[in-house]
Design a protein around this ligand. Structure first.
Ligand code: GLU
Length: 383
């Protein structure tokens, strides 16, 4: 259990680590698990003294809101959940702030919605905020802004929130703290002899279903969403450790490279650039252009940009710079990319030759509807 594995040695030199802790581990059922928060802050402060930096994605607002209001009902509606999150988030952040203050460290609350990451400008602004917080020596404590998030635009859970903010926090490792020891080959609740996987190489989205597990009664994730987060981390070139929050000194063990929990390797074929990750997974398409077979073949087969002459139809409403889907006429979506034009402009130039674009639009502009550098083929994004 305590031996150091060679692939985990990389964890010893991680300067900045993103940690995610779930609602089950943070709640006693009757309220916040203050001992857990204190233990975690105590450990992180000691590691911080040694020069490591941390950002913490912490669930627990709704669970704490429930406990404060003595709200026992299950299956509550969205507005009640939002209200409970508003009630619980204050105590949650106060617990972190007070615990870190004892060691001379400052916690900083960041509440994020899915929409904040959708827009490139806002997304990059949040990255600047993280950079400034690290420069100030603060420890960012992140949660979804549940109070203003509505179902359709929510992160599926905080595991996914952690994955989406990796390019903003820029950690060298992700650690997911949960209520079981790691990822098992089979569900340990139905098979007590199930084997714990100490490492996973080349994690693929399609393999994740095999390890799926239900979420606990307090949080939204489950093992499936933890593995999905690890999959994103691996694409972005960093390892993930999924392990139990209840193990004493768990973060120190992880960062010493000890064999605790499950280590998910970064993918072997090199990291996905952050912008490509944002286009493929973070932002959601605002519209769609339908292209003829010639344009589809040029895009998929010859790595070309999308030119106005290949466009046959436009759906949705988008602005210049928005992500759009590129769909083959009568076929599938072949790519997603950033449009150089608004919906209205694409309508005006569709079918035209590149040389006519500027004169039709009566302005100096790009000639491609979507430039190749801002385009990701669906087959490359793993979707
Ligand atoms: N954001 C939710 C909370 O703080 C938890 C979401 C999750 O469980 O992943 O209660």
């Amino acid at each position: 259990m305590n031996k150091s594995s060679s692939s985990r040695k990389v964890l010893r030199s991680c300067r900045r680590v993103l940690i995610k802790i779930g609602s089950q581990a943070l709640s006693t059922g009757q309220g916040l698990n203050n001992r857990m928060i204190e233990r975690l802050c105590d450990e992180l402060s000691l590691l911080r003294d040694e020069g490591r930096e941390f950002a913490l994605v912490s669930s627990g607002a709704i669970a704490e809101g429930r406990a404060i209001m003595r709200f026992a009902e299950n299956g509550i509606n969205l507005s009640k959940k939002q209200a409970l999150a508003a009630i619980g988030q204050g105590s949650l952040i106060r617990a972190y702030t007070d615990s870190f203050r004892r060691y001379g460290y400052t916690a900083a609350q960041i509440l994020i919605t899915r929409e904040d990451l959708d827009d490139r400008h806002r997304y990059l602004n949040i990255r600047n905020t993280f950079t400034a917080l690290f420069e100030l020596g603060a420890i960012p404590i992140i949660n979804e802004n549940d109070t203003v998030s509505v179902d359709e635009i929510q992160f599926t859970d905080n595991d996914m929130l952690s994955a989406m903010i990796i390019p903003l926090v820029e950690p060298q490792a992700l650690v997911i703290l949960t209520d079981i020891d790691g990822v098992y080959a089979e569900d340990p609740r139905t098979n007590p002899d199930a084997q714990l996987l100490t490492e996973i190489r080349d994690l693929k989205a399609k393999d994740i279903k095999a390890h799926s597990g239900e979420a606990g009664s307090l949080g939204r994730g489950g093992m499936r969403s933890k593995l999905m987060a690890a999959y994103h981390a691996s694409m972005l070139g960093i390892p993930t450790v999924i392990t139990s929050a209840y193990k004493p000194q768990v973060i120190s063990s992880v960062l010493e490279g000890k064999e605790t929990g499950t280590f998910v390797h970064p993918r072997s074929r090199g990291r996905l650039p952050q912008k490509d990750h944002w286009i493929s997974y973070v932002t959601r398409p605002k519209g769609r252009v339908v292209v003829d077979h010639g344009a589809a073949a040029a895009i998929v087969g010859s790595g070309k940009s999308l030119l106005p002459c290949g466009v046959v139809d436009i759906e949705g409403t988008f602005k210049a710079g928005d992500p759009i889907e590129i769909k083959e006429d009568g076929g599938d979506v072949i790519a997603v990319g950033l449009s150089n034009f608004t919906t209205d402009e694409v309508f005006r130039i569709k079918g035209a030759n590149t040389s006519q674009v500027c004169s039709i639009l009566e302005k100096e502009c790009d000639e491609e509807v979507v430039h190749r550098n801002n385009m990701i083929l669906r087959k490359d994004s793993g979707q």
